[in-house]
Design a protein around this ligand. Structure first.
Ligand SMILES: Cc1ncc(COP(=O)(O)O)c(C=O)c1O
Length: 342
């Protein structure tokens, strides 16, 4: 497989925008190149378009080259850019494994790209035959999500590797929740030049409001994404905060441990309730739970001010609510409310 052939021809040949900050990168005393406001206001300068300081630190943490990191406005931005980079509107298709994260489908629709659904098995495992039959010569992208949203499980790694090897287009492995599991393919990234791994600062890192996500891939793919992104896609405040968080990466590990232990406690307590039919195994920071009278329960919880996500319309998720693991106090409130539900 020639990776360049998977990039849309217009993107391969286009000239990227060159920002003022691209054309001069040293230190100067007078900046009259970017039409900024000259007065010393907190944010009067454009931020670094290549987020070099963050990439230096993140590269060490993830054991990749800084040039293998693309940073986006949330991981939602690379999801959209990867589709735009590879799929020809009205011609190419991409494959999703349902039930899964909803933005793959939305970004595909925005870009006029057909979505082919190859469902996961009823226990949310990979179905290699379904993926093969959904794939044709116009299939450019396969979206895999592990741990998967909304089911919560990590996809079995040997099958995952087989699916990646087998696919004739680019593979996006969304690891938004991998910090809560003991599985990640980051260590095998360099074995595949057609693999892009997405991670985010929104979940374990607790920075959803700042909108910063990362795509890890070959230098060639990262360069191509860089050429099509808006020049200043990560704002100054977000860059500063993420840099700060990376300096205190140990705090994240502690928080992850607490969330995982609360996940277990919540699952054990839910399992004891008679209205709970099944708590699906989770490697993420949420639980998918099948309830009796799930619709009624969803509305009852909402009236009590407790908002969970109704996933019952998704394939294999009949009567299922998705519950994010909260603080111990929040989880207790949820359990009490469930106890009171008659
Ligand atoms: C699987 C998955 N990927 C990506 C995202 C989006 O993350 P971000 O906040 O980085 O855009 C989410 C958000 O819920 C998600 O569940």
């Amino acid at each position: 497989m020639n990776i360049e052939d998977l990039i849309r021809p217009n993107i391969r040949t286009m000239e990227a925008y060159s920002s003022a900050r691209d054309e001069f990168t040293g230190e100067a005393s007078v900046y009259l190149d970017a039409n900024e406001n000259p007065y010393d206001l907190p944010y009067h300068r454009y931020p670094d378009p290549h987020q070099k300081a963050i990439k230096q630190k993140l590269a060490k943490l993830k054991n990749v080259l800084p040039e293998q990191i693309f940073l986006g406005n949330g991981s939602d931005e690379p999801i959209d850019l990867i589709i735009r980079m590879t799929c020809i509107p009205g011609v190419s298709n991409l494959i999703t494994l349902d039930p899964t994260y909803g933005m793959y489908k939305v970004s595909a629709a925005v870009n006029d790209v057909e979505v082919r659904k190859a469902a996961l098995t009823p226990t949310f495992g990979l179905d290699q035959d379904a993926i093969r039959s959904a794939t044709d010569s116009n299939s450019r992208l396969l979206f895999l999500c592990s741990p998967n949203n909304p089911s919560g499980n990590a996809l079995e790694s040997d099958t995952l590797l087989r699916v990646i090897r087998d696919f004739p287009g680019l593979v996006v492995l969304d690891e938004a929740y991998s910090d809560f599991s003991d599985q990640s393919l980051m260590g095998q990234l360099n074995e595949f030049d057609h693999l892009i791994i997405l991670q985010t600062f929104s979940k374990a890192w607790g920075m959803a409001g700042l909108r910063v996500g990362a795509a890890y891939a070959s230098v060639y793919l990262v360069n191509t994404l860089d050429r099509i992104k808006p020049p200043y896609n990560i704002n100054q405040v977000s860059q500063q905060e993420v840099l700060q968080a990376l300096e205190n990466a140990g705090d994240v590990t502690d928080r992850i441990r607490e969330i995982i232990s609360e996940r277990q406690r919540l699952a054990d307590n839910l399992d004891k309730l008679s209205l709970v039919q099944k708590v699906f195994p989770s490697d993420a920071n949420f639980l998918l739970v099948r309830f009796e009278r799930s619709g009624e329960l969803f509305r009852y919880l909402m009236e009590k001010g407790i908002i969970v996500r109704d996933r019952s319309s998704q394939p294999h998720c009949e009567d299922c609510l998705r519950i994010t693991v909260g603080t111990p106090e929040e989880n207790d409130l949820l359990l009490e409310a469930l106890d009171d539900f008659a």
